[in-house]
Design a protein. Structure first.
Length: 276
C-alpha cells in the first residue's frame, strides 16, 4: 500500500454544480490539521456539467478510467442537486456506482456526503431514500449515538450540523442492516452520520464542510428561482436573513475531519506492519 505517513492522498468525486466552491470548502475543512493532503478531483464522463468551464474540468479533473489502477488513502463523494429524482433517472448513475465500487478496493476509507450518502446506502445495501415534501434546511443538533466510535472522539455532546436536503432514510432501515452503525442522530433531522466500520465507510447526510454563509447563499438562490422554501432554522441571528450567520459547527467539523484522517493513517500503518 502507500508508504507515506503524514502525506495522504484523497480522491474526490465532485458532483456539485459549483465545483470550484466545493473544492475550496473541502480543502479548507480538511486543512486544519498536521497532514499534507494531496487531492485528486474526479468528474463524470457520462454527464458534462453545465456550470463549470469544460477546459477547467479537463485540466483539473480526472475520469475514473484515468486513475482506476491507482491507490488512495481516502475517498470523498459529494452530494448533487438531484435528490428528488429517482436514482435510475440520474444521467451519471452507473458511472457513479462504478466509482463507488472502485473506492471500496482502492482506498482505505470513504466519506459520502448528502445525496452521495443516499446513493451509497441504496447501492450497497438497498436502502430506499425518503423524499421530503419540502427542503430541510438549517442548523440541527445531533446526538452522539456511539461514543466509542473513533470519529466521535472530542466532539461536543450535542453536535450542531448544517442540513440542506430534500431526502433522507428511515432510522429503522439503518438499524436493520447489521453492517451499519448510526453515529449521529437528530430527533428533528433524522439520521445524520452512519458508518460501516468493516469497510471504513462513512455516510453523512449533512455538511461539516459548509462555510458560514453557504446556507444563506442557497436560501437566496432558492428564493430567486421561485422555490417556496422556509428560512433555514437556527441559522440567521434573530431569524433575520440580512444578518451574518455564525459558524457554530467549525470546531466539531475540524475535530471530525482530523479524526477521519487519523483513522486513515492508523489503518495505513497497520497494513504496513502486516506486510513487514
Amino acid at each position: 500500500m502507500i508508504e507515506l505517513e503524514k502525506h495522504l492522498k484523497i480522491a474526490v468525486l465532485n458532483l456539485m454544480p459549483n465545483k470550484i466552491e466545493t473544492e475550496k470548502q473541502l480543502s479548507k475543512a480538511l486543512g486544519y490539521n498536521n497532514y499534507k493532503l494531496e487531492f485528486t478531483f474526479l468528474r463524470t464522463g457520462s454527464y458534462i456539467p453545465k456550470n463549470t468551464d469544460l477546459q477547467y474540468l479537463k485540466s483539473k479533473y480526472k475520469l475514473i478510467d484515468e486513475i482506476i489502477s491507482n491507490k488512495y488513502h481516502g475517498f470523498i463523494c459529494t452530494g448533487a442537486p438531484v435528490e428528488r429524482l429517482p436514482f435510475d433517472s440520474v444521467d451519471y448513475i452507473d458511472e457513479t456506482k462504478k466509482i463507488m465500487n472502485w473506492a471500496r478496493t482502492n482506498t482505505l476509507s470513504s466519506y459520502y456526503i448528502c445525496w452521495g450518502a443516499n446513493l451509497a446506502l441504496n447501492h450497497f445495501y438497498g436502502i430506499e431514500k425518503i423524499v421530503f415534501n419540502k427542503k430541510l434546511s438549517g442548523i440541527y443538533e445531533h446526538e452522539i449515538v456511539n461514543h466509542e466510535a473513533n470519529l466521535m472522539n472530542g466532539l461536543n455532546r450535542k453536535v450542531k450540523l448544517p442540513v440542506s436536503r430534500f431526502s433522507g432514510v428511515k432510522k429503522s432501515d439503518i438499524e436493520s442492516i447489521n453492517d451499519l452503525e448510526l453515529l449521529l442522530y437528530s430527533k428533528v433531522a433524522g439520521s445524520g452520520l452512519i458508518a460501516n466500520l468493516s469497510y471504513n465507510e462513512y455516510y453523512n447526510f449533512n455538511h461539516f464542510e459548509y462555510d458560514a454563509t453557504t446556507l444563506a447563499v442557497e436560501y437566496k438562490r432558492d428564493l430567486s428561482n421561485g422555490m417556496k422554501i422556509d428560512i433555514p432554522v437556527n441559522y440567521f441571528p434573530n431569524n433575520n436573513p440580512n444578518s451574518l450567520p455564525i459558524n457554530c459547527w467549525r470546531t466539531d467539523g475540524t475535530i471530525f475531519f482530523n479524526n477521519w484522517l487519523k483513522s486513515i493513517q492508523q489503518t495505513n500503518n497497520k497494513r504496513k506492519v502486516k506486510k513487514a
